[in-house]
Design a protein. Structure first.
Length: 311
């Protein structure tokens, strides 16, 4: 017989999984992209920490500043949200970016880069670079800027760094990546070995999102679309966090290995029992710990001296 305490005993990560499934089960072949985007934004709306949210046009790219109290004016984080280049926005990621801003004591510029299928590769990358140039035009030094992102946004962290490097532009101080999607060919062994453990993301879904982003004739091995295949030489320090239950786990583990092989300071954290971008769910204890670790990494590389306790 079920007791009143059974709900309390449910694993927080299982509650997070049910939140995701509740969204996906309402989508059919007839559900429009616009409805999917609205549903995703509504599911993760709000912000649970005391940061100031200020709309901004970052060189023509719609965005939002999330500013914690006493944040230094000469430091900033540029954040790229996830969503498979198809959904996601500043709104859907406001709580996550707000918690990162609050924990790190650093201002965060979160942007609404253009999404596919209306705007295919390299539109999102172009917007990421525009936002980076905007920060530099505001007087910030690259050494005072860090990139961060989750899933497709983690892809953009790397792609923007690679594009900037190849154009001879100065690179940001560091990059923080949560469950980055680095291989649009979905070739990693984890797509099979983690297929049963991953409650949401299967290889067919990933490949469909890749086609949506690139178009049917797009090249999944283009290093600016799939940074796993890039020469990573010269990139700044990277922190890569991934859940062990993810089908896209190898997108992170292989990236870290290849980065280290060419001399990049890359730290890999594989979180046992965790799902794709588990940091989105503040009720999960590991999410709070991961954000605390990410914030410490960013404070270190941006030289933000004062310590802040994560919420």
């Amino acid at each position: 017989m079920a007791s009143a305490g059974d709900d309390i005993a449910i694993d927080p990560i299982e509650r997070a999984i049910e939140r995701l499934r509740a969204i996906y089960r309402n989508w059919t072949r007839e559900t429009t992209v616009a409805q999917m985007r609205n549903d995703w934004d509504a599911a993760f709306a709000g912000c649970s920490v005391p940061v100031t949210c200020q709309p901004v046009s970052a060189g023509g790219v719609d965005g939002e500043w999330l500013v914690p109290a006493d944040a230094p004016r000469d430091k900033a984080m540029l954040y790229f949200h996830g969503g498979g280049f198809r959904i996601g926005s500043v709104a859907s990621h406001r709580d996550l970016t707000g918690r990162i801003a609050d924990a790190s004591g650093c201002r965060v510029l979160s942007i609404n880069y253009r999404l596919a299928p209306e705007h295919r590769f390299p539109a999102a990358l172009d917007d990421a670079l525009t936002a980076y140039q905007y920060l530099c035009d505001q007087g910030l030094r690259p050494a005072g800027i860090a990139f961060a992102g989750d899933s497709a946004g983690g892809n953009l962290v790397l792609a923007a760094m690679l594009a900037a490097r190849d154009r001879g532009l100065p690179l940001p101080a560091a990059g923080a990546l949560m469950s980055p999607w680095t291989d649009l060919a979905a070739a990693g062994a984890s797509y099979e070995s983690r297929a049963e453990a991953d409650p949401i993301h299967q290889r067919a879904m990933i490949l469909a999102l890749a086609r949506n982003y690139l178009g049917r004739d797009g090249d999944v091995s283009n290093p600016l679309a799939s940074p796993l295949y890039a020469d990573l030489t010269g990139l700044p320090p990277l922190l890569v966090q991934v859940g062990d239950r993810e089908t896209v786990r190898d997108d992170s583990t292989e990236l870290a290995a290849r980065a280290k092989a060419v001399g990049v300071d890359a730290e890999l954290q594989v979180w046992d029992g965790m799902i794709h971008v588990f940091q989105m769910f503040p009720e999960v204890p590991q999410a709070r710990a991961a954000i605390a670790s990410l914030a410490a990494f960013l404070r270190n590389h941006l030289h933000i001296g004062h310590e802040r306790a994560p919420q």
